[in-house]
Write a protein that binds this ligand. Sequence first.
Ligand code: FAD
Length: 375
Amino acid sequence: MRADVAIVGLGPAGRALAHRCSRRGLHVVAIDPLPDRRWQATYAAWADELPAWLPAGVIAAAVTPRAWTTTEHLIDRQYCVLDTAALADALTLTGAAVVADRAVELTADHVVLDSGETISAATVIDARGTGAPTSAAQQTAYGIVVDAAVAAPALGGADALFMDWRPDNGVTHDRPPSFLYAVPLGSGRVLLEETCLVGRPALRLTELRTRLTARLAARGVDLTGDEPIERVRFAVEAPTVPRGAVGFGSRGGLMHPCTGYSVAESLNSADTAAAAIAGGGDVGRALWPIRARTVANMRAAGLRTLLAAPPEQVVPFFAAFFDLPERLQRAYLSGRQDASGTSAAMLAMLLRAPAPVRATMVRSSIGRQNARIRS
Ligand SMILES: Cc1cc2nc3c(=O)[nH]c(=O)nc-3n(C[C@H](O)[C@H](O)[C@H](O)COP(=O)(O)OP(=O)(O)OC[C@H]3O[C@@H](n4cnc5c(N)ncnc54)[C@H](O)[C@@H]3O)c2cc1C
């Protein structure tokens, strides 16, 4: 029997889409080698990014975070750490056929499984994530989970630190910088994570562990050495989607390449995709109107700037970013379809950033133009 949609990959994106399609009464086949695997990652998002249909119980902690560059920045926007088990449970798959297998071939109208079975579907969705190919720009991080009382000296009175670039992690100015990400997980626990926002190659986890240890020691955080660990490594650039299939989630370009965030965008876009599937429309076109493609090009230029910036320019870049009015920060971080907001944010950055950072921004944009002309 031909399904309405075959969804390959049951990470947050594929599961959200399978859930929204099932709720519409579509015949869904969802494929993942480990469909019941519990997600281990700590997922977070800005509160205003989450779709209204998501139950409040998926939020483990809500905070108003701060950032540190050369100075402290208050971020007037609520940030939510998600309870990943509750999130998975909320994305029910009632009515969907779930197949525990690996897809080996995706086309416009069928999926071939490792077992040899073929699944036919009117729409084939590729939600296999970005993986961590070494050719792609990656984000890496090394984190530990501690009790709130233990974490307190690292936070210095803040509820959460979205990005703390203070140079107390033992790294000299000529090395690529990393920042501390510190968020409550609920139940009195806090994640303290040394993060390499993006690199090609990104910083190694061993290096990030050394930096985290040095930073926490400098702040007087007492560790036992037995703390639970979170290791992060993923590509912020999406691999190619097979011809005819439609990419969704991080695989489909919904990840912000400058931050690595995709979960909220995938949750938000699930209804758009489900509506297009139900209506027999062009799902790719529904997800990618011209304004979204324009923003994607601008974000790609932002990624090139981050990859090209020498170490000494990184903190001034983020100092300029967190000095932007909140509406421009929000447009740049979350406005996947807000072309005017994104361009206004980038223009404001260009005007505010110190001259060397500005030069890097301009050069990385021109680099792309030249590449386009050559190709
Ligand atoms: C530790 C960590 C923390 C992160 N924190 C955040 C955060 O706070 N906020 C945020 O927005 N993003 C975060 N990210 C980044 C990103 O959003 C996540 O990687 C997110 O999981 C992407 O969701 P996805 O569903 O697109 O892909 P994935 O979660 O990668 O899911 C892909 C699924 O496809 C399946 N699959 C792969 N190949 C096949 C195949 N051949 N056949 C069938 N199934 C296949 C996999 O088993 C997997 O279940 C984090 C990433 C990591 C690693």
